[in-house]
Design a protein around this ligand. Sequence first.
Ligand SMILES: *Cc1c(COP(=O)(O)O)cnc(C)c1O
Length: 394
Amino acid sequence: MSSLAIAGGKPLRTKPFARWPEFGATERTALIEVLESGIWGGYSPAVDEFERAFAVFHHASHGVCASNGTVTLEGALLAAGVGPGDEVIVPPITFAATATAVLRAGATPVFADVEAHYNLDPERVCEALSPRTKAVIPVHFGGHPADMDAILALAREHGLTVIEDAAHAHGASWKGNSVGTLGDIASFSFQQSKSLTAGEGGILIGNNAELVGRARSFFNQGRVPGRGWYEHIHLGTNQRMTAWQAAVLSAQLERLPGQLERRAQNAAYLNQRLSKLDFLEIRPPDERVTIHSYCLYTIRLRPEAMDGVDVAAFTKALAAEGIPGAGYYPHPLHHNELFRKYAFRATECPRALAACRDMFWISHEVMLAGRDDLEDFIAALEKVASGVKELAGA
Ligand SMILES: *Cc1c(COP(=O)(O)O)cnc(C)c1O
């Protein structure tokens, strides 16, 4: 095998992967409609329309858009009455916002370890409970729904609010039920890196009108329906989504079913091909997952086959070979400097620690690729793995 690109060899591939996000005439038309309507802000029929369409897509009865998927988590927590003195259980394998939203609500995050699919482990959630626990935020990591049966049972028993962080899980489902309707309220992000995007944006959906309504009031300066523009009933802020974002999102939502289908087909192909490579471990989804949205396709490197080479070195070498979209978390979330400045509790998280050494992902753009692109991806994995000696010495 030739020398690795990262060590000065020739890259396996120089052709770019297809551009993300995909867009065309529908997005252009929708944006021009907003332009010509003269209604560019959050009080726009385009926002109402997307709110309804996204909720309906997930079989939820209510939705409220906001400017991003971080404030939606804050809004959900505040709507659930979470505040100072309360604890909220979160996983350590997630983006920072899952836990910083808890701090911003004045409450304390409590980190509980993940299971084999990098989602909150219900048994560890059980150990993390205290009399102060008010809510739990399962993250559907990568688009693989968390074990909602066990988490909901626990939540019902202990009177906890369940806030789904579905930032990776647009269109995913668990036992035939869409994410976003499994817990009490669910938060999605439309930030650039997500599998449904307008560059920035977020939404809360759910079947609890009161919860979603309180969040709406928070995003909209504490206003409530039926009262005037200058009537502020609650302490709120302005986190309204703009008409531009909503128009793009409505057009993008039409593309989502086809994209989910392509990603599922590519994942099935990769599962079959990659499970033959002895330096990797591919974990098939939990049998109760009916749609994995593959915002991230996770791969575990077998440390014993890798000569001490970790995911940091491996993904860097993969990028040098011309494969985009590989990522990993360098440490569990609660090991970030930020959290040392705040009170938080963490139970032992050995699985999260291991995941930061040996788990990486390929993002959804690559999961939309054609078969030839996937072949290059597989060849690059094999090339980098066969060059670990070179890497270890680099
Ligand atoms: C991206 C993300 C968020 C935050 O969304 P933004 O729209 O970027 O604010 C929250 N949770 C998870 C798991 C995410 O990946």
